[in-house]
Design a protein around this ligand. Structure first.
Ligand SMILES: Nc1nc2c(c(=O)[nH]1)N(C=O)[C@@H](CNc1ccc(C(=O)N[C@@H](CCC(=O)O)C(=O)O)cc1)CN2
Ligand SMILES: Nc1nc2c(ncn2[C@@H]2O[C@H](COP(=O)(O)OP(=O)(O)OP(=O)(O)O)[C@@H](O)[C@H]2O)c(=O)[nH]1
Length: 436
């Protein structure tokens, strides 16, 4: 972890609670001028971590009767001197307090700046900062549990453990380079090789998790595809219970993908209604169809809708693809065995489809115990480490093997934030809300 208080010179403030109107608003402060500002506003410093009722005054005027909480650094969320003002959440109260804070030398915080400072002061690692972002954004129970696990440090410990083992390997590797003529090397060499192999295997197993936690975090993608008029939009509306997509007897009604986020079995699922697949000379429709195919290719599950009498469309995807007979109320003969038949008009087959969706979502997000990666950034970092470890395994020159081990350690270090924090901070904190 880095300990350089790079941005500690300013004192920042932000409304940490939601937008008014609300009952209470929490104004958060962090930085070296925190105590001076509190003294000016509240008359004197309050006891650490003890909610204390004070009248806040500025320029001879009372601004609010508020609860003041002081968190002296370094034992605070940011690691700096921090405070919270729990205000009456009236827009005028908030504005008056913000004006007073500005006048007393504080500056408005950037999105995620409190957590960024917590990272820069070494209070938390990057993986924990990401977990906080995920926790704040969580819409489903599965997302909340996963973010809380990551905040608990499971993923950090896994990556730190790997980095630690790599550093040990590197040290032994360097001993080999420094003392090439000793008797030990043969045994050390064999031990290094076997440790390297098992480390590499563990990382590959970690990568081969079927992306289950990335899915929990960003949502399972279910794409509804098929010919024009197959009943795709009707199915989307039936699943969501709302009029999300336009339904009409005119073929080609849905031209761009429509995405609806629903919870299935406590997991976020994006159902994506796409343009009907067929040959067309219409440029806009053709673009819609191209997008439909891209969506299907990236899906976790494709529902391929087919009208009675028609044949399924060709859909290129690595995902599971269910052929579903639509408009079952119009079927004269029973559906083929094993084929799911639904009717959004009569409701036939919809409960079965819902049950199958629940089972599919559980399957797509199920996995073993232990920490698992939740973002593309983690996947890319571990993949990079694996590339270098593979390289290390085939290198015959100890110096080059050492270099490959160092590069793998670097990749892991960037994941946890031990190395090159600044590079990734903007990407991560740009997505935070202000006040976090
Ligand atoms: N009012 C309020 N509620 C909140 C937060 C907050 O900052 N303020 N949090 C913020 O996001 C979360 C809680 N997270 C926190 C994490 C660490 C510390 C902190 O001061 N830690 C010190 C002391 C711990 C102790 O009491 O012993 C430390 O770890 O040294 C505070 C809040 C959720 N609820
Ligand atoms: N009889 C019957 N008609 C249906 C059913 N579902 C949809 N339809 C009708 O089929 C027509 C097309 O339905 P949509 O849901 O718009 O079909 P789509 O596949 O989204 O069509 P495009 O947007 O053209 O790709 C509409 O007139 C619907 O009312 C059904 O279960 N039974």
């Amino acid at each position: 972890m880095q300990h350089a208080p790079a941005e500690a010179s300013t004192t920042i403030f932000a409304l940490a609670s939601g937008a008014p109107p609300a009952a209470i608003a929490i104004m958060r402060l962090s930085g070296p001028r925190t105590d001076a500002i509190l003294e000016a506003l509240a008359g004197s410093l309050t006891a650490p971590r003890l909610a204390t009722l004070r009248v806040l005054r500025h320029a001879g005027e009372a601004l609010d009767q508020a609860l003041v909480l002081r968190f002296p650094g370094p034992g605070s969320y940011t690691g700096e001197d921090s405070a919270e003002l729990h205000l009456h959440a009236g827009a005028a109260v908030i504005e008056a307090v913000a004006d007073a804070l500005l006048a007393l030398g504080a500056t408005p915080a950037e999105p995620g700046e409190f957590t960024r400072r917590a990272c820069l002061s070494g209070r938390i690692g990057l993986l924990e900062a990401e977990a906080i972002a995920d926790l704040v954004a969580a819409e489903t129970g599965a997302q909340r549990r996963q973010a809380l696990d990551q905040l608990g440090g499971g993923l950090s410990r896994l990556y730190e453990g790997w980095a630690q083992r790599l550093r040990l390997l590197l040290a032994r590797q360097e001993a080999l380079i420094d003392f090439p003529d000793e008797d030990l090397p043969d045994e050390t060499e064999a031990a290094n090789r076997s440790d390297l192999r098992s480390l590499c295997e563990e990382m590959q197993a970690h990568l081969a998790d079927g992306a289950r936690s990335e899915r929990i975090r960003s949502g399972v993608r279910v794409v509804i595809a098929g010919a024009p008029n197959a009943g795709k939009s009707s199915l989307l509306n039936a699943l969501s219970g709302e009029e999300d997509a336009i339904v009409s007897p005119i073929a080609g009604t849905t031209r761009d993908a429509i995405s609806v986020r629903l919870q299935v079995a406590g997991t976020l699922v994006s159902f994506i209604d796409t343009a009907g697949l067929h040959e067309t000379g219409d440029a806009i429709e053709a673009e819609g169809i191209r997008r439909a195919r891209v969506h299907a290719a990236r899906a976790d599950l494709v529902l391929s809708l087919v009208e009675p009498g028609a044949a399924p469309e060709q859909i290129v995807t690595e995902a599971e693809c269910w052929v579903i007979r639509s408009k079952a109320d119009l079927l004269t003969a029973p559906a083929a065995p094993g084929e799911l038949a639904i009717s959004t008009r009569s409701g036939q087959g919809l409960d079965r489809l819902r049950e199958q969706l629940v089972a599919a979502v559980r399957r797509l997000t199920a996995g073993g115990a232990g920490a698992s990666l939740t973002r593309a950034r983690h996947r890319a970092g571990v993949e990079e480490a694996v590339v270098h470890l593979r390289d290390a395994q085939v290198q015959t020159w100890p110096e080059l093997r050492g270099e490959a081990l160092r590069l793998a350690t670097l990749a892991l270090g960037r994941l946890t934030g031990r190395i090159g924090v600044e590079d990734v901070l903007d990407t991560i904190f740009g997505q935070f809300c202000i006040g976090k």
